[in-house]
Design a binder for this molecule. Structure first.
Ligand SMILES: [Zn+2]
Length: 588
């Protein structure tokens, strides 16, 4: 289902990129460009730019870039189709019925089918839960104190004891065997044929941030193993980039999330009114999940189990958050095991108090660490002090490190000077190591070819920012002078736009490329930094860039030409033109 270029362009141009991205990323205006923390990589200083005049975003850190359509695809994990639909709705434009015959984005279609079949499976499990077959499931869930409203809100269901009831249901709905296997709902083996992956389990549909069912978690009835079984990762289900409950927590309107260990914790918390609770999906908390959380909040409270496994998991999560420069506090669940049990026994008011009194992640780490030392014995105490220094070195931000240092010194009665001295000593050792590595190596890595490409990018950015130079540029340069095929194609389109009405449309050019990596590369072409001297030097600088681009084009051509009479004439003409260009004085 390909839309016409005109329609894509209409939808794109009716959605201002600053408005759209501003809804996701906190942007600050600097000159004519907006900057914010990049949602696609972990950073502490804003290198993610949004330029209204180009209707483009570009990150100078991770080099992701594109237009308003590619942003939604990347950020919301939308297909092209879904991004177009969302933007069309915002702009009040009606999209025509997609023409199936023209379907050429097979990835999109497979995704769509997989989401559909997951949704259908969730509906079927929910139906079974409320049927006589679902009695064990209902008994279990009601036994855990869940209300009907909660069952509905989380779409809970049941997989019965028969080994193929879901398969039979979905096949009757017209889904083919392979799709069921690909979606992780069914398994095939020689002995029993195609059968359900989940049976005799309470089913928790896992939704992405946009309420689409992407997988399932299942808790077995009785004592069979494994107690919890999750969908395996599929085309639509990436465990490291999703969190259970995020679809609901994202609209909680709090400036923090509560991170729990399991599905039941999240559900119990939501039922008690803590609708900012989320959980990782049966795996350790990852930096990908932290990046996802950071899109919504900067503060996270951990509500992990109070047993040793929970403490170990919390320590790992604290480290992940520190690397992401996010604050994290630990909720003390004692004397109970988990939030579910805590709230059932002590109530939600008491839980709220525990949130308010939650312990800073750093002090939690020190407290757990201190358990292994006898702080009254000098030798043991010294070792502990060294480990505190280790931990303090984990803070990259100097002010933060200083503040934690003072607080830690106070808490464990360690002299502040002692900690400071040791940190300076260690930092100095660290720096020495860096000096030892050969620095010249980095510069050598920038090849001549890369320098030429950089000049070419400069010229493209310049043309898009100052179309008045086009009349001069086109006298000397043609699209084929750009040695990279992608550059040449972009310039061909850019020239056509400038020729037509003098107006560059970089964001429209991006949409003509299908591949995500290409789109980022195109965005890069329009976002090089132009180092220009005073205005009167502009003509000189432009001459430089044009000459460099032309010279490299001529050299590339002469290197690749076969040697015959025609090519020799051509090379001679090229060289003559180049020499003339060198002597020419450009006036603007
Ligand atoms: Zn980035």
């Amino acid at each position: 289902m390909r839309y016409s270029d005109e329609l894509i362009e209409e939808i794109r141009s009716k959605n201002d990129i600053v408005d759209v991205i501003g809804g996701y990323v906190h942007l600050q205006k600097k000159g004519s460009t907006y900057f914010g923390l990049c949602p696609f990589h972990n950073e502490k200083t804003a290198s993610f730019s949004v330029t209204p005049s180009k209707q483009m975003y570009y990150c100078f850190g991770c080099h992701k870039g594109g237009n308003v359509i590619t942003f939604l695809m990347e950020y919301e994990n939308y297909s092209f189709q879904e991004a177009m639909a969302a933007l069309a709705e915002k702009a009040g434009v009606e999209l025509p019925e997609p023409d199936q015959a023209q379907a050429d984005r097979s990835r999109d279609i497979l995704r769509k089918r997989m989401l559909e079949v997951n949704k259908e499976a969730a509906k079927y499990y929910a139906y079974l839960l409320r049927s006589p077959k679902g009695e064990p499931g209902i008994n279990y869930l009601k036994g855990r104190g869940l209300t009907d409203d909660t069952l509905n809100r989380f779409g809970l269901g049941f997989a019965d004891v028969s080994s193929d009831s879901l398969v039979r249901y979905l096949v009757s709905k017209g889904y083919d065997d392979q799709l069921l296997i690909d979606a992780g709902l069914a398994v095939f083996d020689e002995k029993s044929g195609l059968h359900d992956r989940f049976w005799n389990r309470v089913m928790y549909p896992i939704m992405d941030a946009n309420n689409r069912v992407i997988g399932f978690g299942g808790r077995v009835m009785g004592d069979a193993k494994p107690k919890y079984l999750n969908s395996r990762e599929t085309f639509v289900f990436d465990k490291s980039r999703n969190l259970y409950g995020l679809n609901l927590a994202r609209s909680s309107r709090t400036d923090y999330f509560i991170l729990c260990e399991g599905y039941m914790d999240v559900i119990a918390m939501h039922q008690a009114g803590f609708n900012m609770a989320v959980a990782s999906l049966g795996t350790a908390f990852t930096s990908g999940q932290a990046t996802l959380l950071r899109r919504f909040v900067r503060k996270v409270y951990l509500a992990y189990d109070s047993d040793q496994a929970g403490i170990d998991a919390a320590l790992k999560a604290i480290a992940v958050f520190r690397d992401m420069d996010m604050n994290c506090r630990i909720i003390n669940m004692e004397p109970h095991k988990d939030p579910d049990e805590f709230i059932k026994t002590l109530g939600k008011e008491e839980f709220q108090k525990r949130i308010d009194d939650a312990e800073d992640g750093f002090f939690f780490e020190l407290r757990i660490m201190a358990r292994d030392y006898d702080l009254k014995a000098p030798d043991s105490r010294s070792e502990f002090t060294y480990r505190v220094v280790d931990k303090l070195l984990g803070f990259e931000d100097e002010i933060k490190r200083e503040n934690y240092l003072i607080a830690a010194a106070d808490r464990y009665a360690i002299p502040v000077d002692q900690l400071k001295r040791e940190i300076i000593k260690r930092a100095a050792q660290g720096r020495k190591v860096t000096y030892d590595s050969p620095r010249s190596g980095i510069q050598k890595a920038v090849t001549n070819e890369e320098l030429i490409l950089k000049k070419q990018r400069n010229l493209i950015t310049w043309l898009s920012e100052d179309p008045s130079i086009f009349s001069v540029v086109k006298k000397y340069i043609e699209p084929s002078d750009f040695t990279d095929p992608l550059y040449a194609e972009v310039v061909r389109q850019l020239f056509a736009d400038l020729e037509r009405n003098g107006e560059p449309r970089p964001a429209a050019i991006i949409s003509t490329f299908d591949d995500e990596a290409d789109q980022s590369r195109v965005a890069e072409l329009f976002n090089t930094s132009l180092v220009l001297d005073a205005d009167n030097d502009k003509a000189h600088a432009l001459h430089d860039v044009i000459y460099m681009v032309k010279k490299s084009a001529v050299e590339a051509r002469s290197a690749s030409d076969v040697v015959d009479a025609e090519s020799i004439t051509r090379q001679m003409n090229d060289k003559k033109a180049l020499e003339e260009l060198r002597k020419t004085t450009i006036t603007l």
